[in-house]
Design a binder for this molecule. Sequence first.
Ligand code: SF4
Ligand SMILES: [Zn+2]
Length: 301
Amino acid sequence: MKFLSDNHIEGMPSQEVVIDSITDPTKLPHHLLDNYGGRRQERRYQNLRLSEIDGACPREWVLGHLLNLSYWQSTPIANVWQMNMGSILHWYIQNDPAFFGDRLVGYWRCMACGHERRFGVRPKEPCEKCHAHPRVTEYKEYMFRLSSPYRVVGKIDLILRVAPRVYRYGEIKTCSRDVVNPDGSHVAQAASYNYFSRYDSSLPITIDRSSCYIFYFNKKFDFKGPTKVFTIKPTERLINPLKTKAGMITEGIRDRVLPNALTACINTNFSDKSGRAKSCGISKECKKQFDMGVSQLDGGP
Ligand code: SF4
Ligand SMILES: [Zn+2]
């Protein structure tokens, strides 16, 4: 029988755990893996993350931004695992030429020296700066961060050349079963990237915004291949509510005006046990302002 403390390593906390007495394979990871409880991440309210626009509460963003609030988001290990698998696949889909080859355009980064390489198709030549092999060059997603006319931030998975001089955005999602229709929150995300990025001028090409794509890569084997693609058209019916929400947040922050609390939260008295307020990072502060009848915050420039 071996005690961990027998082999105590400098800097590591000593644990009086009889490790060999734990035989349950589902319990052993709790002792052998660090952070097996999950991950904690601090979240702030700087610019509305367009990947979250569908479920975003305008009041949460305005209040969080104006009072410079943050909260700790806990993600159980089961979800961290799923998210990490998605991220890994995501990376391969962008960086293995088997998928998009020279259809994928954008900025590229040399992982050996960190140099941001030219805009264009996948580099086949060594890094201009450190001469590292092109296989250590990775795709660098185009990111835009705006404060006006909308305070939003977004990161585009793919810029695809669909015809000579016609470039459209693509969004990558991974799944474990066949997808028949795209998820509404994914549609809102792709459509808002397509719409709001028009206010950023850092891309050296013009994006065709008449449509964009959501790719669902299925982890389950299928002879027909792993992906389904849905074309998203930016109709007014789709875009207008997204503009309204982003506008409400931007103007609320500018004028220090609090958007109304959600009915679902009022109805549950802002309980953090269930409903929408449960997933809100600042429900207590929201309730406090609501109970005091505040609709505009003091201060500002
Ligand atoms: S508690 Fe509800 S209404 Fe208040 S900020 Fe959070 S999500 Fe919005
Ligand atoms: Zn380099």
